[in-house]
Ligand binder design. Structure first.
Ligand code: AMP
Ligand code: MG
Length: 190
């Protein structure tokens, strides 16, 4: 059987990586494995080599066309990987000049996902999670901005489903309910 392609999205700080890692650990016990890829890491490898950015959080401030070029190269590289693939990325990237689609048509054509997951939770929870994460250079943004970003991501999701025929799954990663989110994610990957 051909591998499954699953794209995981969610605003910064929603806890995508935590939920994904929990789900992958569960599936491993069942003998189901995924190659887990991070879209931003693929972009950053090129960005760093070309001298565009010194850390991954600088990339969303780059010129739009530079970002799109990095995006295209990353998608091409990831499309070469066979088997079950899970891609950690963003439905949209909040740049200083507006929302940039994370999965425009030329990216989707390379990746052709079976399902796109939107990981969400309440904006006040995301705000607190961002404040307590010192490992990243998060943009200063209020709850209203986070709510707008999540709302916009659903709209992007609808258009991605139209382009590819993939399904869109919304998973809530609420405070104190990580186990629930992890189980929901494992169900999508199974
Ligand atoms: P992350 O570690 O997931 O927050 O990703 C780091 C950075 O990679 C983001 O802030 C974006 O600049 C970039 N990035 C990740 N996925 C995409 C994408 N699909 N399209 C454009 N930029 C992306
Ligand atoms: Mg992450």
């Amino acid at each position: 059987m051909a591998g499954r392609k699953v794209i995981i999205t969610g605003v910064p700080g929603v806890g995508k990586s935590t939920v994904v890692n929990g789900a992958l650990a569960k599936l491993k016990e069942e003998g189901i494995t995924y190659q887990s890829l991070n879209f931003g890491t693929f972009m950053f490898e090129v960005a760093q080599k070309e001298g565009y950015a010194k850390d991954r959080d600088e990339m969303r401030k780059l010129d739009k066309d530079v970002q799109k070029n990095l995006q295209k190269l990353a998608a091409k590289a990831m499309s070469q990987i066979p088997g079950n693939v899970l891609i950690d990325t963003h439905a949209s990237v909040k740049t200083p000049k507006g929302y940039l689609a994370g999965l425009p048509e030329w990216v989707l054509r390379e990746l052709m996902p079976d399902v796109i997951v939107l990981v969400e939770t309440d904006e006040d929870q995301i705000l607190l999670r961002r404040i307590s994460d010192a490992t990243r250079v998060r943009d200063m943004e209020g709850a209203g901005g986070i709510a707008e970003h999540q709302q916009f991501n659903r709209s992007f999701g609808a258009s991605y489903a139209m382009t590819t025929g993939c399904t869109i799954k919304i998973i809530r990663n609420q405070d104190f309910l990580l186990e629930r989110a992890t189980m929901d994610m494992a169900d999508v990957l199974r």
